[in-house]
Ligand binder design. Structure first.
Ligand code: ZN
Ligand code: ZN
Length: 188
């Protein structure tokens, strides 16, 4: 995971979870950065919970409202659909959130979230939105490699690693082990 903390210009807001304090809601040139873990944003089933989730958000003000335009980056541990071996997969998602002072049906789109910012609200919690961006980018299909040979349907051998011989003998390895014992007993 590349370290993103190299620029002193960058404003890190970690240890606050994915929350933007109200005071940071204004048009800015430099993006806001968050670095949390998969576990912190409530994702427990897609790999090591300590894996960082980095979010970069640019705040735009639009009259009374704000538009947050961001990117979410992390790496997930996913099992290959064919051979079930786990691998590390980089993931990058988009985050687009409208913060509005009152409900605005005209802003409802498929892509953008709309959150109402109450007058007395001190911060905006983006934890769920960030987690959702991760889930939205989950691959339809996970393959460790394009030509993954998968598992043998009869004995379960990972065919990327070894040949099991099931195609010819059509005997499950468990049966062949039993057969060997039987033969051994018969020979004694
Ligand atoms: Zn595979
Ligand atoms: Zn086999």
């Amino acid at each position: 995971m590349p370290d993103a903390c190299c620029s002193s210009e960058r404003l890190f807001l970690n240890s606050m979870l994915m929350k933007i304090p109200r005071g940071n809601l204004h048009e800015i040139e430099e993006p806001l950065f968050f670095r949390e873990t998969l576990f912190d944003i409530g994702i427990h089933n897609l790999g090591d919970g300590h894996t960082p989730v980095e979010t970069e958000i640019v705040v735009h003000s639009r009259g009374e409202d704000f538009f947050l335009d961001g990117q979410v980056r992390t790496t997930l541990t996913l099992a290959c659909d064919r051979c079930l071996v786990e691998g590390i997969y980089p993931l990058e998602g988009k985050l687009r959130v409208w913060l509005v002072s009152m409900v605005r049906p005209d802003l409802e789109t498929d892509e953008d979230h709309v959150m109402v910012l109450a007058a007395q609200q001190l911060e905006v919690d983006l934890t769920e939105v960030v987690a959702e961006s991760v889930y939205l980018e989950l691959p339809q299909k996970t393959l460790c490699r394009e030509d993954c040979k998968g598992l043998c349907p009869s004995c379960g051998t990972n065919l990327n690693q070894e040949q099991c011989g099931c195609e010819t003998g059509e005997i499950d390895e468990r049966w062949s082990a039993l057969l060997q014992i039987k033969q051994k007993l018969e020979n004694e």
